[in-house]
Each structure stands twice: as C-alpha cells, then as structure tokens.
Design a protein around this ligand. Structure first.
Ligand code: 16G
Ligand code: ZN
Length: 541
C-alpha cells in the first residue's frame, strides 16, 4: 500500500492519550476538553482523506470548533461534499480510528478501512478546513494537517471561519465546475452572495429599524463585521456587541444564543430599552435567537420555533403571490421540543404540513430535504430552509404574469441565495429574519403576537444509567419504550393536567435525561414536570 508508513509516523507524532480516552464521534463530531483532542484531530485528517478518496476526490471539510461550549473545549467535525454532515455510516469509522491505542493499531485500523470500505489509494483526495477563534485551534490544525499530509491529501487551510462558512465553501468547491455553482469559492464569495441577495430582497423596502447582535465573543463577531462592509450604508441599522475575540475566557460566557435560550435571559452587556430588537449568535455562528424586553423588564424570547413560523409564513406568501402555489408545496420540520402552539399555528393558521423528527440537525435536515421547500429549525435556533433542485428550477424559470407576480418572484429568487442551504447559519438566518420583518413591517411585538406560546418547562434529572431510557422508534422521541412501565406512569401523570404534554428522553450531550412539558397553565406545567422528574428520581436516580 501507499500510505501505511505515513500513518505509523503520524500516530507516533500524535499518540493516543495513555489514559485511553473513549472517543466517540457523536452528533457534534468529537467534542471534549481541547488538550485531549490532539491525536483525534490527526486521525480525523486521515479519515477525511479516506472519505474524499472514496468519493472520487470530491472535497471534504473539517471544522474545528466547540460551538457554544466553554473556551477550554474544542471539537472536530467532518463535512460531506454537498455541505451536509458526515454520513452516519462513517461516524463509526471515525470512532474506530480515533481509538487506536498505539501507532501499530492505527496503521491496522487504516488498512482495515481501505479493505472494508474498498478505497482505491491511487484516487485523489482533497480536504479543506477551518477553525473558530479558540486558541487551542492552532495546535489541532497542526495535528489535522499531519494526518492529511501523511496520507497524501491535498488540503487548503481557510484559517478562522464560522462553521456555516466552511460548509458553504465545501459545497461551492464541489459545484464550481457544474451548471449550478453554489457560489464563488472564497470567504469573500460567501459575503458577496449574501450581500447581493440581501440587497435584492430589500429593494425598495424600508429596513426594520435598529437591531443589536450579541456575537458570544466568538467568530461571528469579526465575520459579521466583515460582511457589513459589503452592504451599502444604511441598508441596515446594526450594532455588534460581545465582539471581544482576544480574550478567550469571555467566549460564550454569559452571552450567546445558547446562554440566552437556556437561561431565558438577556446576555451580559444587554442595555436594550423596552421592545428593542436583539439577536444572539452562538460561538461558531450556526445558531441564532432573537429576543426583547417588554415593559417591566419581562424577557421575551423569539427562538427557533418563531423563526421557522416567520419564515414559513413569508415563503408561503411569496410562493402564492408568484403564482406557484399549485406547483410548490412546503413542509415545516420540528422536534418534539417545538412549542405546541407553534405546531398548531403552522397547521391551522398557515395551513402547512408539519413533521416531527428526533433531535439533532441531521434528522431534521434529512426530512426537510424530501419536500419542495423544507423549513427546519430546532427550538435552540439552529435551522435553515431547503429548496429541492426541481423547486429551484421552477422558481428560476417561472414566467410571471403580472408586475405583482414578478415582484414576489424576485424576492423569492433572492431568498434562495440568501439562505445557506447547507446548514443552519446565524448570519444568513439573521438576514432572512431582518428581510421578513422589513417586508411585513413587523416590530418584535407583532412578531411575538402571531401566536401565544403554551407554558412550557425543560427539566433534567440525573439517573443511574441514561442508556436505559429508550424511545419508541418513529415516535420522534415522544414516547419511551423502556424502562418498562414508565411511559404508562408518565401518561397517568400528564392526564391530570389540562392540555398537558410531556416526554422524556436521554440527552445525547449530557449525562442526564431531559423532561419537557407543556400545559395550559404555568402552575400545572411546573407541577407536571416536577412530578414526572420525581417519579424518575425515585425509581432510577
Ligand atoms: C446536539 C445537536 C443539536 C441538538 C442537541 C441536543 C447537531 C449538530 N447538534 O448539539 O441539534 O439540539 O444535540 O442535545 O446535531 P441533547 O441531546 O443534550 O438534548
Ligand atoms: Zn454552534
């Protein structure tokens, strides 16, 4: 073989830690304390190269980030050719190579992969990579590069980027010589694509007034500022806060989308007056939530559910006004954590199809990709809109029959460029929301008033073994198959509360089970979730 010697050498340079860390490629790739991750980054280089060779030299991406986690954490994640997440089947290969205990085992694992997946080592391999602002990223990049170089992979280091920017570049690279290039293959090209689309979508429309963006002191800050240079002055009235990327200790600290969503309160540095519009990105800028304070400092969150309903509403109107309503259907994809009122609003007011999937971006993305237009958002603010290739073609070839149809169609076409269709993108989603608010002349208050959330609570409970909590297949995690009898007991509790809904699932990211509940009254909701939590603590804690 060609590169076995290289693999041996590379894992000599970056040996697996002696305490035998159990690395697992999960929903967010590998993620942990950064100093444990060096050998893993090297093996990801090897694996990304194999993946590229397997796919005939198509370019694969590697992103180094730990998103909303603390600054001392880091992570490594592989991006497939169209900007999607790594195919699930390959997660176990990534796990397998990362856990090779010594150089010899690493070499064996590599050779096993070549045979198992049938990889032709003579095929070209190409990988592009980037990292967020975490200082540990530099060392991880060196390790990654060692794995790539050792196995003859052509690579490009894009330096510091947001996660969705890297996804964009992967797709742009792999489509550049096709009849439908996704965009110019550069960071600049990404800004130009968004800026042009935004300008078109906002043509003759008055911007929605001042907005403040909390960038979690992460990579979103410099990138948002860079993007703004591509916009004509006064096309948006924006202020960027929490933009300190020189002090790692402040990254995601008391700020950012995850903090705002889980704490249900404004970030550090909040100085908004009543009804001022604010948004928060997370640490790698793939999530966004909006919020404001009502009179009496009451905090109001406009989360992923709100962005999904806003986007679905507006896109639906555009499709109709363009004269495409009988040719294009739209689906909204949510998880069980979506507020029940948002689901009812989508089905009953917007008259759209709504589907519920398991938690995790790949599940939502997959279901959304089956529709003409698939709008998907997790409540936590990660989401986007997918247009099927056929739908894109329809939108671009449709002949408008009136000036009004042309106007709607022009905006719709611009939105297909404005929306990052590879993955949730805080910057792109931000521009989408700003566009919609401007068109609809909505204030945050009017946006919130489109429907009223059910009182809800997200609790968690430590248990002896969370793997004992198994959900029913195809239930979108809304029902437990095991532990035996627990679901029946939950149903009994829920039945006591008016309009109650409650489900329990094991977290994929924390050693707890999560308990989500909704009920007609705040007081009932609190009691119901507490009662279910108590039951679980007593029997399984
Ligand atoms: C991961 C998922 C996120 C999900 C979260 C749930 C991806 C890229 N990320 O962060 O979508 O909301 O897990 O966490 O899929 P939990 O399992 O702890 O509730
Ligand atoms: Zn993120």
């Amino acid at each position: 073989g060609k590169y076995e010697q290289g693999v041996l050498q590379a894992s000599n340079d970056y040996p697996c830690p002696k305490d035998g860390a159990d690395f697992v490629y999960g929903t967010a790739g590998f993620r942990m304390k950064a100093d444990k991750l060096t050998s893993v980054a090297m093996t990801v280089g090897i694996l990304a190269g194999l993946r590229s060779r397997k796919l005939h030299g198509q370019t694969i991406g590697v992103m180094i980030t730990a998103s909303h986690n603390p600054a001392e954490d880091n992570g490594v994640k592989i991006v497939d050719p169209q900007g999607e997440m790594l195919e699930q089947e390959w997660e176990k290969y990534a796990t397998y190579i990362a856990n090779a205990k010594d150089p010899q085992e690493a070499q064996n694992a590599y050779m096993w992969m070549i045979k198992e997946v049938r990889i032709d080592q003579k095929k070209p391999a190409s990988v592009i990579f980037a990292r967020d602002t975490r200082p540990s990223g530099e060392e991880l990049v060196r390790a990654l590069k060692t794995g790539l170089d050792a196995t003859g992979v052509t690579s490009i280091d894009y330096g510091i980027l947001t996660t969705p920017q890297l996804h964009y570049l992967v797709k742009a690279t792999n489509t550049k010589d096709t009849s439908h290039p996704y965009g110019e293959v550069s960071e600049e090209g990404y800004y130009k694509k968004l800026a042009t689309a935004f300008a078109t979508a906002m043509d003759n429309i008055k911007p929605a007034g001042a907005v403040t963006v909390d960038c979690a002191n992460g990579v979103g800050a410099p990138k948002l500022k860079e993007f703004l240079k591509h916009l004509p002055a006064d096309s948006i009235n924006i202020r960027v806060v929490n933009d300190n990327i020189s002090d790692p200790s402040v990254l995601n600290n008391d700020c950012g989308a995850d903090h705002v969503k889980t704490q249900q309160r404004a970030p550090a540095g909040f100085d908004g007056k009543a009804y001022d519009r604010w948004a928060s990105f997370d640490g790698d800028a793939d999530r966004i939530v909006y919020y404001f304070q009502a009179e009496g400092s009451i905090f109001r969150l406009l989360d992923g559910d709100r962005i999904a309903t806003l986007a679905a509403n507006f896109l639906g109107e555009l499709v109709q006004k363009s004269g495409l309503a009988d040719k294009i259907t739209m689906t909204v994809v949510q998880t069980a954590y979506a507020n029940g009122s948002s689901t009812r609003y989508i089905e009953q007011s917007l008259k759209l199809k709504c589907e519920c999937t398991s938690t995790g971006v790949k599940h939502l993305h997959h279901v959304a990709a089956r529709s003409d237009i698939g709008v998907y958002f997790e409540a936590n603010g990660h989401g986007t809109v997918l247009f099927s290739p056929q739908t894109l073609k329809r939108i671009h070839t449709h002949q408008p029959e009136s000036p009004a149809q042309l106007e709607a169609l022009t905006t719709l076409r611009a939105l297909t460029d404005l929306i990052n269709q590879t993955v949730g993108d805080a910057l792109s989603d931000f521009l989408l929301v700003e566009t919609i608010l401007a068109h609809k002349e909505y204030t945050v208050r009017e946006w919130l008033a489109t429907y009223t959330d059910m009182p809800n609570k997200l609790g968690k409970q430590r248990v002896a073994n969370r793997a004992d909590f198994v959900t029913v297949p195809d239930s979108a995690e809304r029902k437990l198959a095991r532990p035996e009898g627990l679901q029946e007991r939950i149903d009994e509790i829920v039945a006591k509360y008016k309009d109650g809904r409650c489900f329990v699932r094991a977290s994929g990211t924390e050693d707890v089970v999560r308990i989500y509940g909704e009920a007609g009254e705040v007081f009932d909701c609190e009691n119901m979730v507490r009662e279910v939590g108590g039951e679980i603590e007593r029997r399984f804690g």
